[in-house]
Ligand binder design. Structure first.
Ligand code: DO4
Ligand code: MG
Length: 276
């Protein structure tokens, strides 16, 4: 079952039928429920359904949630980080965190820094090397339960991050530095390791970069990332946790204004954003 946020309320997709959820309270009320999937299964029977809905109106699936992110959870990310920070002496940090019990977790965005499907992600004007990071995003309730999954883009300024690891918040957190959507895939079980994450970047309508990975290549379990994030830390509205990137374009690549970024994750869908 999938859940979309639209200007007219939540829309449920179930077996190719769409249901508009009325009088369900706020988006926050809905997505902080530990029993959200079971709840929607019970109410869906009484809702009118249709075979389509206006997908162009879909918003980012966020109201008051913080967005956090994990880093260096894939070997490919470890290697990219080592390379970009070798002249600053930072390479060793990434090597160590990849092998450590404690993951790298960092604050990524507040809701106003997040764009939804079709929204424009931004390049910092003081950065010259920026890439999208296509990541599986976990939806976690206030109690720490993972109730769903969406697609996240952890936009990253690699020159700022590479200059000094202490600049990470500036490389990662700025207006429109994060995209989420298009929907929440609600599931009580973990996603299969065969789940594919695919990144396509189009420039002038032509493919400039494409790459793919699967969850099998992720070094850490989503539940373990959440367990660390929730240690001594509370999330009254729940949160999103991006689980790290396993796809990094070659070092010669940087995003340009007008590029189209398409991120597809099996069973969730495709998140499309332009750079602007
Ligand atoms: O350590 C820097 C950030 C890494 C990151 O965002 C990722 O691996 O996805
Ligand atoms: Mg990342």
């Amino acid at each position: 079952m999938k859940l979309y946020r639209t200007p007219v309320g939540a829309v449920i997709e179930d077996r190719e039928q769409f249901y508009r959820l009325e009088n369900a309270g706020s988006w926050d009320d809905l997505i902080t429920r530990d029993d959200l999937l079971a709840y929607l299964k019970t109410v869906i029977g009484s809702l009118p359904s249709g075979r389509s809905f206006d997908e162009s109106s879909v918003a980012a699936p966020i109201e008051s949630q913080e967005v956090w992110a994990a880093g260096v959870t894939y070997y490919r990310s470890r290697e990219a980080r080592k390379e970009e920070s070798k002249s600053s002496g930072g390479g060793d940090f990434y090597h160590r965190v990849y092998d450590a019990d404690r993951p790298e977790l960092f604050f990524k965005a507040t809701p106003h820094r997040v764009v939804g499907p079709g929204g424009k992600v931004k390049l910092r004007d003081d950065a010259c090397w920026t890439v999208p990071e296509p990541e599986l995003a976990l939806l976690v309730t206030p109690s720490g339960k993972i109730i769903g999954y969406t697609i996240g883009n952890d936009m990253s300024s690699r020159d700022i991050e590479g200059e000094n690891p202490l600049y990470l918040p500036q490389a990662k957190v700025y207006d429109r530095s994060c995209a989420l959507g298009p929907c929440i895939l609600l599931s009580e079980s973990t996603l299969p390791t065969s789940t594919e994450i695919r990144l396509e970047i189009l420039r002038g309508g032509k493919e400039e970069f494409t790459g793919a990975t699967t969850l099998e290549a992720m070094k850490r379990a989503p539940a373990s990332l959440v367990e660390y994030l929730y240690r001594n830390n509370s999330f009254p509205h729940g949160c999103y946790l991006l689980t790290g990137t396993g796809i990094v374009p070659p070092d010669s690549f940087t995003l340009e204004a007008g590029d189209e970024i398409r991120i597809t994750i099996t069973d969730i869908g495709t998140l499309v954003n332009c750079v602007g």
